[in-house]
Design a binder for this molecule. Structure first.
Ligand SMILES: Nc1ncnc2c1ncn2[C@@H]1O[C@H](COP(=O)(O)OP(=O)(O)OP(=O)(O)O)[C@@H](O)[C@H]1O
Ligand SMILES: [Mg+2]
Length: 428
């Protein structure tokens, strides 16, 4: 049973009015539209923020919207929330809608937090007594007790969002719409919001969720819609759609890493070595489980990396390392022969050192890799290739948490259980 149906929905905007997004301006625009247009011929500077979108959302479904900046995600949610109206097409929503789309939207700036909670409740068709019953829970969730009698115009954006989400998530709408705005909340509050969304979802609420946080989308959503230039590019299982998104948008863009691509797809920043006098790293290549050279694997896949080196002097006790960084330069994992017990006694002048992992644990994303060739215990490496090799990771084995861990679970047979227990009691 569908609770939300979009039938060939389009939203047209004028380029010349770009950037004005508040409800007040939106209202002004609607009023103006009633007057005959004083502008040049219609359609000349119009564009579609959302174009011919067909979508049916089932009752109880959590649906995620992903896509690049400006692709129309927020516009779609605003259409569902009836903050704006479609230029063409029809929207059917079978129940009340609560939304958290823009920071501060839905709040009256001169009113206090307390007054706004009641105002919002009444807009949602709730009786004052009903809101009063939920009031304490809303305030407690928002952690805004101290500021609840302050006019919301004095709130910070994070404070707005705390109160906005707390209200939207406690008044029991049929459909809850949540946009990326949650990202302005601090990490603590964001995780609290995600837990609440999870709870509401299990309680059977229909939720539409816009986010650039792919792990959160994968975790929270039953179905994901990928939007590009106002149109639906893909709809389906989170993993599948996120893969398409990564492939089409993130991985295709050179500028996201600032790196150029060579014909193997491996990106090379420049051929500069910081070192390389006594020994050199010539290349790093990645291979998948089929032994094919690649720059893309999936979480939990087999990964082989080969470091091709050359030496120009006698090298004692060499160490090889690979470090993987996210685009914002956080180190995700550091692989090194120095700590895994690999000792290389005699090193040919030129050769390949291979790293092998049967189930590689990085989560979906794009990683830049440092390769280091050094002598154990020495500060200056022989050679360091900084952020020079790119590895792209697609959704694969499912991840709960920060990284994938290979795992085996089993129920011990009774005989073993007894022997383990008696061993335990010896230690106890
Ligand atoms: N009120 C408006 N008037 C004119 N153009 C608008 C208005 N609101 C949005 N747009 C335009 O519509 C397009 C889609 O915007 P939208 O906010 O839906 O993108 P988005 O997918 O939510 O992006 P982001 O990831 O950055 O939040 C953009 O080109 C935007 O500039
Ligand atoms: Mg948006």
């Amino acid at each position: 049973m569908s609770i939300v149906v979009l039938d060939k929905v389009s939203k047209k905007y004028r380029l010349s009015r770009l950037g004005s997004k508040s409800i007040r301006e939106e209202l002004g625009r609607m009023m103006n539209n009633l007057k005959p247009s004083s502008r040049g011929q219609a359609g000349s500077d119009e564009f579609y923020a959302v174009k011919e979108v067909d979508l049916a959302v089932k009752r109880g479904e959590t649906i995620g919207f992903i896509g690049p900046n400006g692709s129309g995600k927020s516009t779609l949610l605003k259409l569902l929330a009836r903050i704006i109206y479609p230029s063409e097409g029809k929207i059917m929503v079978g129940g009340s809608v609560a939304s958290l789309i823009e920071v501060g939207a839905g709040f009256h700036p001169e009113l206090t937090g307390r007054e706004n909670i009641f105002l919002y409740g009444s807009i949602m068709g709730m009786k004052k007594a009903e809101v009063a019953k939920k009031f304490d829970r809303i305030v407690e969730f928002s952690e805004m007790e101290k500021f609840i009698d302050t006019p919301v115009k004095r709130y910070s954006s994070g404070m707005y969002v705390r109160l906005g989400f707390a209200v939207a998530a406690h008044i029991n709408p049929a459909v809850l719409l949540v946009d990326e705005v949650l990202a302005v909340g601090d990490a603590n509050f964001q995780s609290k919001c995600q837990q609440r969304i999870e709870q509401l979802r299990r309680g059977g609420m229909t939720i539409a969720f816009v986010s650039h946080d792919m792990p959160a989308v994968e975790r929270l959503c039953d179905r994901v819609v990928f939007i590009s230039k106002g149109q639906i590019k893909a709809v389906g299982k989170p993993q599948d759609v996120i893969s398409i998104y990564y492939n089409e948008v993130l991985f295709a863009k050179k500028s996201s890493t600032g790196l150029a691509q060579n014909n193997t797809g491996l990106a090379i920043e420049s051929q500069t070595s910081l070192y390389g006098q006594n020994a050199e790293i010539l290349s790093v290549k990645f291979f998948n489980g089929d032994g094919q050279e690649t720059d893309t694997i999936s979480t939990g896949d087999k990964l082989t990396a080969r470091i091709h080196y050359r030496t120009y002097t006698q090298i004692e006790d060499p160490v090889f390392e690979l470090l993987f960084y996210s685009p914002d330069d956080r180190l995700y994992t550091h692989l090194t022969t120095a700590i895994n017990g690999t000792n290389i006694d005699s090193l040919p002048d030129e050769g390949i050192v291979e790293f092998d992992c049967s189930e590689f644990g990085l989560t979906p994303g794009i990683y830049k890799t440092d390769a280091i060739f050094s002598q154990r215990g020495s500060v200056a490496p022989y050679d360091l290739k900084p952020r020079q090799y790119i590895l792209k990771v697609l959704p694969g084995k499912s991840v709960r948490g920060m990284f994938y861990n290979p795992q085996q679970w089993r129920l011990l047979p009774p005989a073993e259980t007894i022997s383990v227990q008696s061993a335990d009691s010896n230690f106890g």
